[in-house]
Design a protein. Structure first.
Length: 206
């Protein structure tokens, strides 16, 4: 409850957020925070862990109806993953910009150096260890495989490869900066490319 209340405040204020603000947002007394956490830094670390964790987005992916058309399932998955990565980037970015994540070491479940996890920049130790990152990506891929599995017979590739392509295209779309005049692929366009390619007539190119 405390972390859920703190996340939007951390996204807005970064490390400058106060425990008083968090307590008011959670509807509790400030002293209650310090019965659950040693200090504010521990609250902020918990917010990072929640933001980069995949439990929430995995629940959203699992809630998508397998009775919906394939394109709709993938569109819902793309939106859930976009929201997950946006929240992760906002929280981590705000804490990094306000100095909380700079120079923090493995004791905070972090590591130095530029890295990407689920498409998010985790420079200066904002991300989980490599094994945890690998497990998270595998869990996301498996969740997308579940969404694709009912249409296995319609694909030339295995659902595992289609899921990997879908995630790769989505993460690249969200990470790649484009000139203002060049809008990124919409989720619908991305899914159309994944399912149908980019040629008007697949047999027309040499």
């Amino acid at each position: 409850m405390i972390v859920a209340a703190a996340l939007p405040l951390v996204a807005e204020y970064g490390a400058a957020v106060t425990t008083g603000q968090i307590a008011r947002a959670a509807g509790i007394g400030e002293a209650t925070i310090f019965r659950a956490f040693k200090d504010k830094d521990e609250v902020l670390d918990a917010c990072v862990a929640e933001a980069v964790g995949t439990d929430h987005v995995l629940r959203e992916l699992a809630s998508i109806s397998l009775d919906a058309p394939l394109a709709d399932r993938l569109a819902d998955a793309a939106e859930a993953l976009r929201a997950h990565m946006e929240r992760m980037g906002t929280v981590v970015g705000a804490l990094h910009a306000s100095g909380h994540l700079r120079g923090r070491g493995p004791s905070a479940n972090t590591r130095d150096g530029a890295d990407t996890r689920d498409g998010a920049d985790t420079r200066d130790g904002a991300g989980p260890p490599p094994d945890s990152r690998t497990r998270s990506v595998s869990a996301l891929r498996n969740a997308v495989v579940e969404l694709i599995e009912p249409d296995r017979a319609a694909f030339r590739l295995s659902p595992e490869k289609v899921a990997a392509a879908f995630l790769g295209m989505l993460f690249t779309r969200l990470q790649t900066p484009l000139p203002e005049a060049e809008a990124p692929l919409t989720p619908g366009e991305l899914i159309s490319v994944l399912l149908h390619g980019t040629l008007n007539d697949p047999g027309s190119a040499r």
